[in-house]
Write a protein that binds this ligand. Structure first.
Ligand code: B4P
Length: 190
């Protein structure tokens, strides 16, 4: 079965963590714009050089760069059976760009992982101790949460208006959240 999903949620809600698990259950690739930017920064590519300071500040990368990257990725063969987009779309303009990229092959479902800001700050500060991600300092995390509230949260309403939104509580053990997500996406999961 083909499944085309987008995963929404504030930083630290567990998108990256759950995307890998869900993609495996669905048999589709997980595509994380954040991971792609980080890989480019690490590899010192032209794109990486353009976005390094932006991602470090917690701001959104300009839409043209992000949309082009997603357009190229969704043109690859491995998405024929579907995909799970993690961290994209992230504002209303990116929703429109994704609609244009997909044409008639619209998204099947938008899954929003919800989590309290205090919980996500705690999780991200813990990750900072382990991974040392440049954008996991308390100030930048707070800024990412503001950016989420202002620019990303409104897109849940866009998918809700289309009857495509499901919300899943992201608080609890990782396995517990995975099972909630699998239940929420229902027959799309194996
Ligand atoms: P992302 O990589 O998407 O970063 P994120 O929102 O923090 O999510 P992430 O997936 O890393 O964290 P998760 O919640 O899984 O974006 C980074 C930056 O890239 C953005 O700020 C922006 O600059 C740029 N960017 C990306 N996409 C863009 C777009 N479309 N447009 C423009 N710019 C874009 O996990 C966080 C932590 O919580 C982990 O340590 C995890 O282990 C832990 N955790 C997860 N689930 C847990 C649970 N149930 N219990 C306890 N801990 C848990």
């Amino acid at each position: 079965m083909s499944a085309r999903l987008v995963l929404l949620g504030p930083p630290g809600a567990g998108k990256g963590t759950q995307a890998a698990r869900l993609a495996e259950r669905l048999g589709v690739p997980a595509i994380s714009t954040g991971d792609i930017f980080r890989a480019n920064i690490k590899g010192g590519t032209e794109l990486g050089q353009k976005v390094q300071a932006i991602t470090a500040s917690g701001a959104l990368v300009p839409d043209e760069l992000t949309n082009d990257l997603v357009r190229d990725r969704l043109a690859q063969d491995d998405v024929a059976e579907g995909f799970l987009l993690d961290g994209y779309p992230r504002n209303v303009a990116q929703v429109a760009a994704l609609d244009e990229i997909l044409g008639d092959r619209a998204v099947d479902l938008a899954v929003e992982i919800t989590a309290d800001p205090d919980v996500v700050v705690g999780r991200l500060l813990k990750r900072a101790e382990i991974e040392g991600r440049e954008d996991d300092t308390e100030d930048v995390i707070r800024h990412r949460l503001d950016v989420y509230a202002e620019q990303t949260a409104p897109i849940a309403a866009v998918y809700a208006d289309r009857g495509l939104l499901v919300q899943v509580d992201g608080i609890g053990e990782v396995d517990e959240v995975t099972e909630r997500l699998v239940a929420a996406i229902g027959s799309l999961a194996r």
